[in-house]
Design a protein around this ligand. Structure first.
Ligand SMILES: Nc1ncnc2c1ncn2[C@@H]1O[C@H](COP(=O)(O)OP(=O)(O)O)[C@@H](O)[C@H]1O
Ligand SMILES: [Mg+2]
Length: 259
C-alpha cells in the first residue's frame, strides 16, 4: 500500500543543511499497522509528510496504492497531536468538515452524515453530536478528530503522536479503541509515538529510527495476539520484554553520540 524506496530528505534551514532522512526503504502492506519510534528530530513527522504528499522527497520515490505521490490524496488522512477542531462548529459538523471542503466527494451528503453518526457511536460519542468542542474533554475532542479523519474511509491513516497530549488512562483507552476500529475497517496505519509501549501494543511492526541523519535502525515484528491491552496481565510481560529491547536500540545511538 505504501512504498518508500531510497528516500532521503534534506532541508536547507537557517542553521545550514539538515539531512532529516536518509536511505529509507519501507514497504507497508495493505491493512498493516506500522508504528514509528525515535527521539525528537529524527525525521518521524517528515516521513509522514512525505507519505501524505505534503512534501516532495529530495531523493528516492514515495508511492501510495502503486501510484507515485505527487500531492495530498483523498484516500490518505492525517491526524495530529492537537485535535484542531473548529470551535464554533458542533461535533457533527467538525466530523463532516472534510466532506464539505471536498466538493467532489463521491457519496451524497446524507450518506456521509449517517457515516459520521456511526463513527461517533463507534468511539462512544453518541448523544454529543450537537455539542461544541469546548464542552468536551481532551480525550473526547481527540475522538472527534479521529472520526473526522475516518469520515471518507481513507485507505491510509497517518497519525503523528495523536495521543501524546492526553492523560495516561485516556491514552490507553484510545489506543484500545483505535485497535478495535482498525480491526473493523482494515485501514493501513502509520503511527508516530514517543511511547515505546504504545508503539508495541498497537503495531504489527515497529520501525526504529535513529537521528542525524534519520535512518531506519531496525524493524521489529510484533506477534502478540489482538486485541492487546496493557490492562491485561497476559500481554504485559511480552510487551515489556519487547519494549526493553527497543529501548536498548534507541539508547545505543545515544552512547555513540556522547563518545
Ligand atoms: N521545513 C523544515 N525546514 C528545515 N528543517 C526542517 C523542516 N522540517 C523538519 N526539519 C528538520 O528535520 C529534522 C527532522 O524533523 P522532524 O521530522 O520534525 O522530526 P521528528 O518528528 O522525529 O521530531 C529536524 O532536525 C528538523 O529540525
Ligand atoms: Mg514530530
Amino acid at each position: 500500500m505504501i512504498r518508500l524506496d531510497g528516500v532521503g530528505q534534506v532541508f536547507d534551514g537557517r542553521e545550514g543543511r539538515v539531512t532529516a532522512l536518509e536511505k529509507i526503504d519501507l514497504h507497508v502492506r495493505g491493512g498493516e499497522f506500522v508504528t514509528l519510534i525515535g527521539r525528537s528530530g529524527c525525521g518521524k513527522s517528515t516521513l509522514l509528510r512525505l507519505i501524505a504528499g505534503l512534501l516532495p522527497p529530495t531523493s528516492g520515490s514515495v508511492q501510495v496504492a502503486e501510484e507515485p505521490v505527487t500531492g495530498p490524496r483523498r484516500d490518505v488522512s492525517f491526524m495530529f497531536q492537537r485535535p484542531a477542531l473548529l470551535p464554533w462548529r458542533s461535533v457533527l459538523s467538525n466530523v463532516m468538515l472534510p466532506v464539505e471542503i471536498d466538493k467532489g466527494s463521491d457519496r451524497g451528503k446524507a450518506a456521509y452524515r449517517d457515516r459520521a453518526h456511526q463513527l461517533l457511536e463507534l468511539v462512544g460519542l453518541q448523544g454529543f453530536e450537537r455539542r461544541l468542542p469546548h464542552e468536551l474533554s481532551g480525550g473526547m475532542q481527540q475522538r472527534v478528530s479521529l472520526c473526522r479523519s475516518l469520515i471518507r474511509d481513507p485507505q491510509v491513516m497517518l497519525m503523528d503522536e495523536p495521543f501524546s497530549a492526553l492523560d495516561a488512562l485516556t491514552r490507553t483507552e484510545l489506543s484500545e479503541e483505535l485497535q478495535r476500529i482498525k480491526m473493523e475497517l482494515a485501514t493501513t496505519i502509520v503511527f508516530v509515538t514517543h511511547s515505546i509501549e504504545e508503539a508495541v501494543v498497537l503495531a504489527d511492526r515497529v520501525v526504529v529510527l535513529t537521528p542525524r541523519p534519520g535512518r531506519m535502525r531496525e524493524v521489529v515484528d510484533i506477534d502478540i495476539p489482538r486485541p492487546r491491552s496493557l490492562a491485561q496481565n497476559a500481554y504485559v510481560t511480552e510487551v515489556a520484554k519487547i519494549s526493553a529491547r527497543l529501548h536498548a536500540l534507541l539508547s545505543e545511538k545515544d552512547s555513540e553520540d556522547r563518545r
